[in-house]
Ligand binder design. Structure first.
Ligand code: ZN
Length: 177
């Protein structure tokens, strides 16, 4: 997949759970590819396989587990690793697939690997994910979420914290501003 799709998908999934970590997820979502560039730059005389070691799902999953269980900094390490795992899932949707781990050269494809990089199918998948995440975020905001979208006025939250009475909440709950 193109970077624009990797970035859009990882950013919107991360925004649903942890908006502050979106930059880390974006970095992570492109990391399997730029790690590859770094590998090539470090060893110019040895060929580096595209979608090789930097694309192992096992590696990114292990990094995410490490962040969850051992050490993390404000969730950023975790979301960087999740970004990498999301990259794997996106690549696995494509015709050429992505490798699960170092024990096998075989590449896995998901849902038949129907997506072709740069083709409309790629942008369709990206659009569906971004739209679904946007709906989730919007719904949660309406239900009185944690209020990270400051332009949605949090009437339900004000009601629950006793600042406005029931009538005021009822008359204003469908007002977005
Ligand atoms: Zn890739």
């Amino acid at each position: 997949m193109r970077w624009i799709s990797h970035i859009a998908i990882a950013a919107s999934v991360c925004a649903v759970f942890n908006p502050a970590a979106v930059p880390a997820a974006v970095l992570g979502s492109t990391a399997p590819d730029w790690f590859e560039f770094l590998q090539r730059a470090a060893r110019p005389h040895r060929p580096v396989k595209h979608r090789g070691a930097t694309h192992y799902l096992a590696g990114w999953a292990a990094a995410a587990l490490f962040a969850l269980l051992v050490w993390d900094w404000r969730g950023l390490v975790y979301w960087f690793a999740v970004g990498g795992a999301i990259h794997w899932f996106c690549d696995a949707l494509t015709v050429s697939g992505a490798p699960v781990g170092w024990w096998s050269d075989r590449r896995v494809t998901l849902f038949g690997g129907k997506v072709q990089t740069g083709h409309p199918s790629e942008y369709l998948v990206t659009a569906v994910v971004v739209f679904a995440c946007a709906v989730l975020i919007w719904q949660r905001e309406r239900a009185g979420g944690d209020g990270f979208l400051p332009f949605f006025y949090d009437w339900a939250g004000l009601y629950h914290s006793g600042l406005v009475d029931g009538l005021e909440w009822k008359t204003n709950r469908f007002r977005l501003f």
